[in-house]
Design a protein around this ligand. Structure first.
Ligand code: 5AD
Ligand code: SF4
Length: 483
């Protein structure tokens, strides 16, 4: 298979995509002139704040938003109160994410009353829902710009429209086929980066809103992905996280199809890249080829996020997950046999319609058997428009809570036991930054995705060090650097 590399990339990129990226660069220039005008009016550089809700895909999108904002002259700040432009990149996977956005919008309104030149924008998954747009139009009229997940690449153009108008701009698309490459990105970390390898999802798990708000699965061309990683590595990145809702189905819809395992083989060969991570893997699509590539790799981290969602076959079927508890467990066996030191983490939902305490026991049984290194446990949230929302057997809150508490205890106990196994070992960590509680400590990430805190000098940030994991504190370690 011929992989298109950086240098010959543009010749393969669709003419439309190239034209679109050139067009957006023109809009960036125009937007920059409005920001210069604002700077003259304020007598200082205007500040922007990008606030991210939700998953790693959103975090990556936020880096793209910030890339454009800094390119046109805004200076980034983490403080919404001092910002002249605030954008919320929203999530709608569970209702509590939506409620947080509404709550914080009230606060932004009070800021804007004091600073009438302030501009407020909303984007991301939540904006793809009609009911949300109606609510914002009616109750949050101070918002200046709203767009969705499919036209984020038009951000510069939308900003120009916003600067040239004084009413609310709303631009939501139902879908897109386009993947526009080559727009600016402002990375949060100099040494590690997320990379989108695909967008959207085709799985339609019955509880999940993602396929409705992110659209159908679209894979990026391997040459574009490899080219982006090579450029990042040239720029100091040593660890990448390949991102997709279901990375295991990567490449199926490409003109020249390829598998995710084949893509990983190519990424592995990039010189200077030290670590490769990826998420998320759907168990039904995880191939033997992928296990083999992981096993043979020196760079792919010993961590697999493998959402199980539930342990009861009846519930798994109603969730449309397309595997049984037995199939999941035998997959985990296969993975652990190939890589005994691998850390496995998962997502679990409690309270799916019709779920009984006996069903939750099945989930607990999976947790005990797999011995997850970590599990994200969620209470089922009813998402309008999904098949599960129309199911009549919704579970009462008290019952959900009872099952959730029982599950959480087992999850925490097993994760603690797993973490304790590594106490006293020396492992390589990528130093990510200064410890949030104690500035004389740094924080590093191990191959299994666990964190270790240790006293060291800040010049080590971004480098690999060997750390002795002296004390296990359940979900993290404290230790010291070993030369
Ligand atoms: N309610 C609760 N959790 C959900 N997730 C997705 N949709 C819902 C929902 N409606 C969880 C799944 C998924 C993770 C990203 O969010 O566990 O793996
Ligand atoms: Fe949602 Fe299922 Fe797609 Fe994951 S695989 S994004 S849970 S529909």
């Amino acid at each position: 298979m011929v992989i298109r590399k950086r240098n010959d990339m543009t010749q393969y990129a669709s003419a439309n995509d190239v034209k679109e990226s050139a067009l957006q660069k023109e809009y960036m220039k125009k937007a920059a002139s409005y920001v210069t005008g604002l700077e003259a009016q304020l007598g200082r550089k205007p500040l922007c704040c990008v606030t991210t809700f939700g998953c790693q895909m959103n975090a990556r999108d936020s880096e793209k938003l910030l890339g454009i904002l800094t390119q046109i002259g805004y200076v980034p700040t983490d403080c919404e109160e001092e910002a002249d432009f605030v954008i919320y990149n929203t999530c709608t996977v569970r209702d509590n994410a939506n409620q947080r956005v509404y709550g914080r919008l009230g606060f932004l309104n009070s800021l804007k009353k004091k600073k009438p030149h302030m501009r407020i924008a909303l984007c991301g998954c939540m904006m793809q829902e009609h009911a949300v747009i109606e609510k914002i139009k009616n109750s949050y009229r101070f918002v200046d710009l709203i767009f969705g997940t499919h036209n984020i690449y038009k951000f510069a153009q939308l900003l120009v429209t916003m600067f040239e108008n004084h009413e609310m701009i709303i631009d939501i698309w139902e879908k897109t086929d386009q993947i526009v490459e080559d727009l600016p990105v402002s990375r949060k970390y100099p040494y590690k980066s997320g990379i989108n390898i695909m967008f959207g999802c085709n799985n339609f798990c019955s509880y999940c809103i993602v396929p409705y708000v992110r659209g159908r699965e679209r894979s990026r061309e391997p040459g574009d992905i490899l080219g982006e990683i090579e450029r990042l590595v040239d720029d100091g990145v040593v660890e990448v996280m390949l991102l997709g809702q279901n990375v295991n189905s990567y490449g199926r819809n490409l003109p020249q199809p390829m598998t995710f395992a084949q893509l990983l083989r190519e990424v592995e060969q990039i010189e200077g890249l030290r670590r490769i991570r990826f998420m998320t893997s759907h168990p039904k699509d995880l191939s033997d080829e992928l296990i083999e590539v992981m096993q043979q790799s020196d760079k792919i981290c010993r961590h697999l996020h493998l959402p199980v969602q539930a342990g009861s076959n009846r519930i798994l079927q109603a969730m449309n997950r397309r595997y049984t508890k037995e199939q999941y467990l035998s997959l985990v066996d296969k993975i652990k046999t190939a890589m005994p030191d691998i850390a496995i983490t998962t997502d679990i939902i409690v309270g799916f319609p019709g779920e009984t305490l006996a069903d939750v026991e099945e989930t607990i049984d999976v947790v005990r058997k797999v011995q997850y290194d970590n599990a994200f446990t969620f209470i089922y949230s009813k998402r309008t428009g999904t098949p599960a929302a129309a199911m009549t057997n919704q579970v009462p809150d008290e019952l959900v809570k009872e099952g959730f508490d029982k599950l959480l205890k087992v999850v925490q106990d097993t994760a603690r036991e797993r973490a304790a196994l590594l106490q006293g070992k020396v492992m390589e960590a990528l130093v990510e930054g200064v410890n949030e509680q104690d500035a004389s400590y740094l924080t590093g990430r191990l191959t299994n995705n666990m964190l270790v805190h240790f006293p060291a000098e800040q010049r080590l940030i971004g480098q690999f060090v060997n750390v002795s994991l002296d004390v296990c504190h359940g979900f993290y370690y404290t230790g010291h650097v070993v030369c």
